[in-house]
Every structure is written in structure tokens, then in C-alpha cells.
Design a protein around this ligand. Structure first.
Ligand code: F6R
Length: 618
């Protein structure tokens, strides 16, 4: 998730773009850049790091002067956060500048083809290929000299999800932009036109906006905008008036970043999966672990902290089930003090949103000294953990501002499953058609997450009836257990109330003593279509706690009627395979924790007390 701005009008575009980027820094902050059309050429300034670095550079070289410009604040996906990888990207002849949010899935073959034709690339990004392609189409052939036709040709060659803005040196009065699966909004001013990945880009200047639809292209000039389809036929956007202030705009109209991020989960999972299924095979990225090595691993160690650890528990279930090798999981802070038995046939999976967590980093270092190979699952490109690992699989959740992890957690689960499938593929423990079937089930999850989000009111009704609870238990079996742990952690973090997650079967070994009248207990019920014994056992557990006065909040899949008599409240989630259920069942628990936090008087769920987003001390 990156922040994008475009401007054509009567003001100096450079200053305006910088201000817009400042308002969108929450969308990404590992590099920033602008390009301005100075009349007959493009001037670009860009820098890795925070926006302040870019401003410092502009102060040194002077702001480029011109009335059309584009800007970008980056959350790295392909390529580390370096000056070269910062956007904009220029074409080989410096006639085209491009900024992009999203992932161009087919950039590798396009890049290879252009490199064979002699084009030199200046960055590792997926974006740069679009700049070179556009220059090619503009410079030669049927589309020569035609900015619009050239841009359409490029767009039709790109696969994946993207918001992309093109500027051409010969067309100082125009910007051409397009969107597929990621947002793009036009801001309509008086004699000036804006583009933004969200309204925060231009809210200061105009409240008149137009939302573009899927696969729309827009050509803006200072006085007008024209919306097209990818085939060049006319289309229309949806005009609306912005009634948010800046703060609300940054939060997408939600009360908190965390709530916004909960709603970004379909995209977080979709983007994390993007590009990892190609020609009937699972593919990993930035992978310096060979297929032979993948084949040779005879054990996996997962190291992570907090929510990332809970996602790791799910990796254990998935990998053991699909790959049939033992998976051990360790809270990262304990790992190296226990002298775990590792060797070169051990794969260590290090999971971290920030990529900077000191406990996980030290675990990675320890694993490497023991000869193990480390594969990082990380949301932050260029951070320390992936840098020190042998391979990395990036989650594409975008920046997570809320301290309590939501979308990054779900993206981690999806990424862990990709690793599991890649191992199963390499070791041949699943047939290709079985892998395809699992992948297809995973691929349907973003749509199902949307259905869970749409049922948000059910959770609000429950939390309203619960009021200000003092303590709460969470129970699950199988993959429902890590979900229970995650639900309890969210509640502790946000509402500061005592909450515990247990395997439901463990209850009778002690925790059942905690059950008393009216104690709210969340039970995550596995699918009755899966392992029958698991389902019937948890139904018995619900009866046991109900008999002792507990009030049950039951999360069960649609069509599971057996649980109805035992649920004080029932939250339905769509049907999916057992292993995928956590990607759905976690979401109501995020809502529940946020609601209860507000009920107990903790309004600022983005910044729970005593917590930090990135924990860089051991
Ligand atoms: C919980 C939460 C933390 C983090 C943990 C690891 O909501 O956010 O438990 O999951 O501190 O952080 P990363 O993933 O950055 O290593």
C-alpha cells in the first residue's frame, strides 16, 4: 500500500505533491519521490526513508518548477527501500515518469523481454517496466506520438493489482492514470485536477471527488477529466462530495486506524497471495533457498512473538499436515536460551510484521550460527530480519498503524500457508492437483473475509449486550486454538481486561474452575464437515461450560445447526476447509475486542497503553 498523488493546474506541483505525501505518509514511509513536468522535460527527486529525507534533498537541489506533477510515498513490495527503488521511475529516455501502488504480477517476463532488447533497468521494482514500455509505445509503431493510445497499450499488458500514474515530457498538460483492484480517486478543483490513492491527497483543496471503478483509466488536464475503459471506450466514475475532515480521511472514514485495517484484510490476504501461483505451481519470492534444499529439510522451527507467534502455530498445523515433517514452534524470546537442536536440514521460519523485533532477530541469528536456513515471513521490505535471512516471503498487508496486529496477522497466516504448500510441492508430499485444490480454497478466502466483515453488526449487538466485561475465556480445538489465543490477546491489548485462550480439551484439567455464572466464553467451533470427532468434542465442551453458568459466544460455520442450542450468541462465518477457517474466525474476535475496549472506556484502540508497534529490545 503506497500513497500516490497527481496534479495538473496552476500551482507549483512540487510543493503541492510534498504536502499531499505528508498527508498520506500513513500509507507508506520507506521512501518518497516526486516528478514534475517542467515544460518540455521531467525532473525527478526521490529518496529512501521518510519524507523528511526527500525534503532535505529538494532543499539542496531546488524544487523543480512546473504545474503538473506526480508523487509517491512507498511501502516497498518489490525491491528494498533504496533511493533507486523509490518512485517515480523514469523510462530509459527520461520521457516518461511513473508512480505505482500495487503489484505488477507479470513484471518478470516483461522485464526479461525488455532487457533482452537492450533496455537497462535502474531499479529492482516491478514498476519500472511500465515506464520503459510506455516510452517504447510512444516512440515507435502505430501508437507513436500518441500518449493516450500508448498508455492503453501498456495497461493492457499489465497483470495484477495496480494504481498507476503516467506523465510524459511532451504532454505537460496531462496525466494519465488507471486502476485495477487498488483505489484511485479524482479530486475536481477549479482549473485544477488532482489524483490520489485516497482523498487525503487533496482534501485541503477540494471536496468534489470522483471514484473510479475497476479497470478504469482517466486522463486529467487542468480543466477536465475523461474516464475510459482499458479498451479506450468511454466510462464513468462515481462523483461524490467529501464530508470527512483530514483525520477521518486518513482513517478512511473509520474511527481508528485499527478498524480501517480490519476492513483492509481482504486486500491484505489477496495481495499476499498475488503472484505466488504461476503456471500451476506455488512460487516463493526473494528465495535463496534452492529447490534441493527445500527438499532436504527434515524439520521446521517457527520463531515469532505475539500475534506472529499465533500465526506460526497455524503454520505448524498446515506444514505437518501437508508436508509430514515435524514442526516445532517457539516464542522467539525463549528460542536461543534453550539450545534447540538445529542443523543444515532445519528450516527456521521467522515471522515478523515489522522485521525489527529484537527477540525474533536474535532467534534468526542463533539459528544461522547453528547452520539452519532461515526463511522470513515479513511485512516490511528491507527490514533487519529479512536482510539477515536466507529467503523472505513478504506479506503485502501494507503499513499497519494500529499497534495491535490485525491485517498483518491474517496476511502472515496466508504467507505461512504459501510456505507450507511450497514445501509440500518440493518434497512431493502432495500431488500437484491436491496443491491446486488447496490453493483454490485459499484463493477464495478474500471474498469470504468480505462476507465476515459484512456481518459486523452481529458482533456489535453481542458486545452491546455484554457491556463492560471484567474477564473472558476463549476456547478452540485444532486450528481453532491459535484463533482463541489471538482473540484473547486482542482483548488484553485493547480492553486491558483479563482474557485467556485455552485448547477446549484442556479445560477439564484446570481452567474449568474459572467458570462461574455469566462468565463470557468464546468458543471457536471447527467445521462439522471436517474431522467429526473434533466437532462433537467441542460441542460437549460447550455443554460443560454452559452447565456451569457460562454465557457462550459461539463462532461456527454456516449450516452448523448442532451448536445452536448451546450458544447464547452465535456468530456465523462462511464455510471453508478446516485449515482455512482461522482466516475467517479471527475477524469477529478483532471486532469483539475493539467493541469491548470502547465499552470499558478505552477509546484509543490504535495505541494501547504500554505497547509499541516495533519492539526492538529483548
Ligand atoms: C499483537 C501484536 C504483537 C506483535 C509482536 C510481534 O497485536 O501486534 O504481539 O505481533 O510484537 O511483532 P512483529 O510481527 O513485528 O515481529
Amino acid at each position: 500500500m503506497c500513497g500516490i498523488v497527481g496534479y495538473v493546474g496552476s500551482r507549483q506541483a512540487a510543493g503541492l505533491a510534498i504536502e499531499a505525501l505528508r498527508r498520506m505518509e500513513y500509507r507508506g514511509y520507506d521512501s518518497a519521490g516526486i516528478a514534475v513536468n517542467t515544460g518540455d522535460s521531467l525532473t525527478m527527486v526521490k529518496r529512501a526513508g521518510k519524507l523528511a529525507n526527500l525534503e532535505e534533498r529538494i532543499a539542496q537541489v531546488g524544487a523543480p518548477e512546473g504545474k503538473a506533477g506526480i508523487g509517491h510515498t512507498r511501502w516497498a513490495t518489490h525491491g528494498r527501500p533504496t533511493d533507486e527503488n523509490a518512485h517515480p521511475h523514469l523510462s530509459f529516455d527520461e520521457s516518461v515518469a511513473v508512480v505505482h501502488n500495487g503489484i505488477i504480477e507479470n513484471f518478470a517476463p516483461l522485464r526479461q523481454q525488455m532487457e533482452r532488447e537492450g533496455v537497462e533497468f535502474a531499479s529492482d521494482t516491478d514498476t519500472e517496466v511500465a515506464a520503459h514500455l510506455l516510452a517504447r509505445y510512444y516512440n515507435e509503431g502505430e501508437t507513436a506520438g500518441d500518449f493516450r493510445e500508448s498508455a492503453l497499450r501498456v495497461l493492457n499488458r499489465l497483470e495484477g493489482a495496480f494504481t498507476i500514474l503516467f506523465m510524459h515530457a511532451n504532454h505537460p498538460d496531462q496525466i494519465i492514470a488507471a486502476r485495477r483492484s487498488t483505489p484511485l480517486i479524482i479530486g475536481v478543483g477549479e482549473g485544477e485536477m488532482f489524483l490520489g490513492s485516497d482523498v487525503a491527497a487533496f482534501i485541503e483543496f477540494t471536496k468534489d471527488a470522483v471514484e473510479l471503478g475497476q479497470d478504469n483509466v482517466v486522463v486529467i488536464t487542468a480543466d477536465d477529466y475523461e474516464v475510459l475503459n482499458f479498451d479506450g471506450t468511454p466510462s464513468q466514475g462515481r462523483p461524490f462530495t467529501i464530508d470527512w475532515d483530514l483525520e477521518a480521511a486518513e482513517k478512511g472514514g473509520f474511527d481508528s486506524f485499527m478498524m480501517k485495517e480490519i476492513y483492509e484484510q481482504p486486500a491484505a490476504v489477496r495481495d499476499t497471495l498475488a503472484g505466488h501461483w504461476s503456471e500451476g505451481r506455488v512460487v516463493l519470492d526473494e528465495n535463496n533457498i534452492s529447490e534441493e534444499e527445500l527438499k532436504s529439510f527434515n524439520q521446521v522451527f517457527v520463531v515469532a512473538c505475539g500475534s506472529a507467534y499465533h500465526s506460526g502455530l497455524l503454520a505448524k498445523y498446515a506444514i505437518e499436515h501437508w508436508v509430514r515433517i515435524p514442526v516445532q514452534i517457539e516464542v522467539a524470546s525463549e528460542f536461543r536460551y534453550r539450545d534447540p537442536v538445529l542443523d543444515e536440514r532445519t528450516l527456521v521460519l521467522a515471522i515478523s510484521q515489522s522485521g525489527e523485533t529484537a527477540d525474533t532477530l536474535e532467534a534468526v541469528r542463533h539459528a544461522k550460527t547453528q547452520g539452519a536456513k532461515v526463511l522470513a515471513v515479513c511485512n516490511t521490505n528491507g527490514s533487519q530480519i529479512p536482510r539477515e535471512s536466507d529467503a523472505v516471503l513478504y506479506t503485502h498487508a501494507g503499513p499497519e498503524i494500529g499497534v495491535a496486529s490485525t491485517k498483518a496477522f491474517l496476511a502472515q497466516v496466508a504467507a505461512n500457508y504459501i510456505v507450507g504448500l511450497a514445501l509440500a510441492q518440493a518434497k512431493g508430499t502432495k500431488y500437484p492437483d491436491e496443491i491446486k485444490e488447496i490453493w483454490d480454497t485459499l484463493d477464495l478466502i478474500p471474498g469470504k473475509i468480505e462476507q465476515v466483515l459484512a456481518a459486523r453488526d452481529t458482533v456489535t449487538e453481542i458486545s452491546d449486550e455484554l457491556g463492560a466485561v471484567a474477564t473472558m475465556l476463549f476456547l478452540g480445538r485444532g486450528v481453532g486454538f491459535p484463533v482463541a489465543l489471538e482473540g484473547a490477546l486482542k482483548l488484553k491489548e485493547l480492553a486491558y481486561i483479563h482474557a485467556e485462550g485455552f485448547p477446549a480439551g484442556e479445560l477439564k484439567h484446570g481452567p474449568i474452575a474459572l467458570i462461574e455464572d455469566d462468565l463470557p466464553v468464546v468458543v471457536v467451533v471447527p467445521s462439522p464437515r471436517g474431522l467429526k470427532v473434533l466437532h462433537s468434542k467441542i460441542v460437549s465442551n460447550i455443554q460443560e461450560i454452559r452447565a456451569r453458568g457460562a454465557k457462550t459466544i459461539v463462532i461456527a460455520e454456516e449450516g452448523d445447526e448442532a451448536v445452536e442450542p448451546y450458544a447464547n450468541w452465535l456468530i456465523r462465518i462462511p464455510q471453508t476447509s478446516t485449515i482455512m477457517q482461522p482466516l475467517l474466525a479471527t475477524i469477529p474476535l478483532q471486532f469483539l475486542a475493539a467493541d469491548i475496549a470502547v465499552n470499558v472506556g478505552n477509546e484509543d484502540i490504535d495505541k494501547p497503553r504500554n505497547l509499541a508497534k516495533s519492539v526492538t529490545v529483548e
